[in-house]
Design a protein around this ligand. Structure first.
Ligand code: IPM
Ligand code: MG
Length: 369
């Protein structure tokens, strides 16, 4: 049995707590002899800053580079609000994304049947929802230069961020979108702001061009990102794959997360290009939610997004889609039994903490394995 090298980066806030539950799922796979993992752990975000004054060390970056997959918790918190911008906790995550060239960020928003009532939208709008936000992750305004604040000398300051995309970046993420759509409901809706942004004009043009280059069997539509946001809360089930840039993807995926009931439910996978020789992709798996400092350290956090992120790791890095499905079934069954963490608590359900939720998911996994 091949041994998969996992590099765990729990990070800050609830990161270590939800990572604890993933460790138990990993142990479950080892104990059952289903898969073999070699684990290493590093520091990222505020935790790394406290230890060595930067949001991720070069040594941990090297380990991340060498791993088959990275499992990432969350970063940030008020404690580090005043650290220098370049060392802020989020910088560690952005460095991982950029240096590992993890350009394709898959954020599936699935409404588990038991949670259709937990959404802030009417049940009939979200029941059975299964959409995928595909966010470009290494370009756009997150990384464009110049990015600076300058003193104008007259008591005023000027801040600049640069939204920049080259055609190859749009082309490669479009290909991922079309390929993923073929495995789902075969529809891609591309979102940009071509009415006010040149990068939107190019985005629209390249997506259209790539579509013609061998993907015409996939149904392609375009929406302005603001209208797309509106449609996402109006009739979310009209979408299959939403293809969008780094900034719009950040925003739209938070919206999509709430459709499912809670930010605590959404997993994600960030993938690089396949290696020409080995076919392997660099990959990082992380929940969409943040470090939730308000509930950190209390055993209250919802571990589902983190555990579902590990399921995505099995599916996309290790060809274990069937086992990923079993984890997802175990999560659904746990919710069906009425167990809820605080973020998805509903009348008549049983409120549990992080570890109890993990216990229940493992018990269901035993049942479906
Ligand atoms: C996300 C987060 C990050 C982002 C932050 C933590 C830098 O919001 O992954 O959605 O903006 O990309
Ligand atoms: Mg975000």
């Amino acid at each position: 049995m091949a041994t998969h090298k996992l590099f765990l980066l729990p990070g800050d806030g609830i990161g270590p707590e939800v990572m604890g539950e993933v460790r138990r799922v990993i142990q479950w796979f080892q104990d059952k002899g289903v898969a073999s993992f070699e684990l290493d752990e590093g520091l990222v975000g505020g935790a790394a800053y406290d230890a060595h004054g930067e949001s991720i060390s070069d040594a941990d970056m090297e380990k991340a580079m060498a791993a088959d997959a990275i499992i990432f918790g969350a970063v940030g918190g008020p404690k580090w609000d005043t650290v220098p911008y370049d060392q802020r906790p989020e910088a560690g995550l952005l460095r991982l994304r950029k240096d590992l060239a993890l350009y394709a960020n898959l954020r599936p928003a699935i409404v588990y049947p038991a949670l259709a009532d937990a959404s802030s939208l009417k049940k009939e709008l979200v029941e059975g929802l299964d959409i995928l936000i595909l966010r470009e992750l290494t370009g756009g305004v997150y990384f464009g230069e110049p990015k600076e604040i300058t003193e104008l000398g007259n008591g005023q300051k000027r801040a600049v961020d640069t939204q920049v995309y080259e055609s190859y970046e749009i082309d490669r993420i479009s290909r991922v979108a079309f390929e993923l759509a073929r495995t789902r409901n075969n529809a891609v809706c591309s979102m940009e702001k071509r009415n006010v942004m040149k990068s939107g004009v190019l985005w629209n043009e390249i997506v259209t061009q790539t579509h013609k280059d061998g993907f015409e069997d996939v149904d392609l539509s375009h929406m302005l990102a603001d209208a797309g946001a509106m449609q996402l809360v109006r009739t979310p089930k009209q979408f299959d794959v939403i293809l969008t840039d780094n900034l719009f993807g950040d925003i739209l995926s938070d919206v999509a997360a709430m459709l499912t009931g809670s930010l605590g439910m959404l997993p994600s996978a960030s993938l690089g290009a396949a290696d020409e020789k080995t076919g392997l992709r660099k990959a990082l798996y992380e929940p969409v939610h943040g470090s939730a400092p308000d509930i950190a350290g209390q055993g209250l956090a919802n571990p589902i997004a983190m555990i579902a992120s590990f399921a995505m790791c099995l599916r996309y890095s290790f060809g274990m889609g069937e086992w990923a499905g079993k984890i997802e079934t175990a999560i659904a069954a746990t919710l069906d039994k009425g167990l809820r963490t605080g973020d998805i608590m509903q009348d008549g359900m049983k409120q549990v903490g992080t570890v109890e939720m993990g216990d229940a998911i493992l018990a269901e996994l035993d049942a479906v394995a």
